[in-house]
Design a protein around this ligand. Structure first.
Ligand code: ADP
Length: 441
């Protein structure tokens, strides 16, 4: 600073000396005039620098720093350096902020920053979907003005955010959301929303499943307990009546047994710890055995045929594939009236392998087909039960198919018959052990 004082004083001092010299030579008036002119000129030059500085400061980002002279030049260079530094710091802060915004935007949750009166200050794209707001347009709007579900408005009004709230069937997209509000900073609020639609659906499925199982078990249990009580109350029971009651009880007990077996099979298939026990199956031998089992099940009521059109073998679990194939064959037998035809075939389709069971049975109306693999879904409940069905067979087949990366395909026409196919990927095909395929009648 002292340097500035000294440098700023040099020029006026030099001119003062000249003025004193002029006084001695030309007199006091001339010297005084000379010095006044100098001071005016000196002041003009400084004011010009100030004007240039003022002009630049009005828009420092767009205008160039003025070229100063003397002391001004140095000051301008310093200001310029400060401005550059400031701009760099600003750019770094903007980049850090953008980075944070990108990270929050990528969160699998909706995030909205609210002020203490619930006005939106910022939100990420997922929050736009969850609450039907627009992150740019709706800044400054009160969130309850845009997301107006009464439960949500009430939750915000209560100011008690210890427990998250669940918002079901939001107006915008019917989602179920879990909503949390967290206080932070200076009376700001962070609203976090998670989409729990999928979890809710699973919970509903679980509830339905328990209800279905209970419902399925209730009828046989009522029959069994009813008969047991009747038999108990009748000391002089007739032999024929007792036999009939025992027959019905054993029928219902068997149904419960089948149901429990199928439920256990399903839970085993769903157990992620239960790895697939794979082996290469000689399909000719395997399918001949199944064909024999089919004959036994049909008890000569149907015409069963086996067609082996491919000699390729299959990599898979013997027990699981046996269960899936038998399920399809048994369904074909149960839903095909006496004298009907059932064709079991094994063939190649491109580089895939297909196991197919075709029947000339009662068929299935189109509207039922997409739901057949749901647990306990039956087109005709009483027919299924009469023939010993549990309503879980196709659910088991679908599970087994997907454990083998295979697809279950169903083609059916009501009154004309159905074809159930399991299409295996090429990766499960193994080159033939035998060359002789053929048709077995
Ligand atoms: P279910 O034990 O009742 O047979 P599934 O899961 O095996 O249960 O089959 C579900 C439903 O699909 C059956 O109740 C039946 O209505 C229908 N279905 C399955 N296979 C056939 C078929 N081959 N022909 C006609 N309907 C069938």
């Amino acid at each position: 600073m002292s340097d500035y004082w000294w440098r700023a004083s040099v020029v006026p001092l030099v001119f003062l000396l000249f003025s004193l010299l002029f006084w001695a030579i030309f007199g006091a008036l001339t010297a005084a005039l000379f010095y006044v002119v100098f001071l005016l000129l000196y002041m003009f030059l400084h004011v010009r620098q100030l004007v240039a500085l003022d002009y630049w400061l009005a828009d420092p980002d767009k205008r160039i720093v003025p070229d100063g002279f003397g002391l001004w030049e140095e000051a301008f260079i310093r200001i310029n350096r400060m401005m550059r530094q400031h701009r760099e710091e600003h750019a770094q802060r903007v980049a850090a902020l953008q980075h944070m915004e990108q990270a929050i935007s990528a969160l699998p949750e909706g995030v909205v920053i609210l002020d203490e009166t619930y006005h939106i200050e910022w939100c990420n794209p997922l929050a736009e979907q969850h609450f039907g707001v627009d992150c740019k347009r709706d800044i400054g709007q009160q969130i309850t003005y845009l997301a107006r579900q009464p439960e949500f408005v009430q939750y915000l009004a209560l100011h008690d955010f210890n427990e998250p709230m669940v918002l079901r069937g939001t107006r915008q997209n019917g989602l179920s959301l879990s909503i949390k509000l967290i206080h932070y900073g200076n009376s700001k609020l962070l609203l976090i929303s998670s989409d729990i639609t999928h979890l809710e659906r699973i919970e509903t499925m679980r509830r339905d499943f328990v209800a279905n199982v209970s419902h399925e078990l209730r009828t046989p249990l009522t029959v069994v307990t009813g008969f047991v009580e009747t038999l108990n109350d009748m000391p002089n029971l007739e032999n024929g009546m007792a036999r009939r009651a025992l027959y019905l009880m054993s029928e219902q007990a068997r149904h419960m047994e089948r149901l429990v077996d199928d439920l256990l099979a399903l839970s085993r298939l769903e157990d992620v710890r239960n790895a697939l026990q794979e082996e290469i199956l000689d399909m000719s031998v395997f399918l001949h055995t199944l064909y024999q089992e089919g004959q036994t099940l049909s008890a000569e009521k149907h015409v069963l045929r086996l067609e082996l059109l491919s000699s390729s073998n299959l990599l898979g679990s013997r027990d699981e594939l046996h269960s899936a194939f038998v399920n399809l064959i048994s369904n074909a037998i149960r839903y095909t009236p006496q004298g009907g035809h059932i064709l079991i075939s094994w063939y190649a389709q491109g580089d895939q392998l297909v196991f197919s069971v075709q029947d000339s049975g009662i068929g299935i109306a189109q509207k039922h087909i997409p739901r057949l693999t749901e647990r306990f879904y039956r087109v005709d409940r009483s027919r299924s039960r009469e023939t010993g069905g549990t309503g879980l067979g196709l659910a088991i087949v679908k599970h087994i198919a997907s454990r083998h990366q295979a697809q279950l395909e169903i083609v059916s026409e009501e009154g004309r018959g159905s074809t159930f196919r399991i299409v295996f990927p090429h990766s499960r095909c193994y080159s033939e052990i035998k060359e002789d395929g053929g048709v077995v009648n």
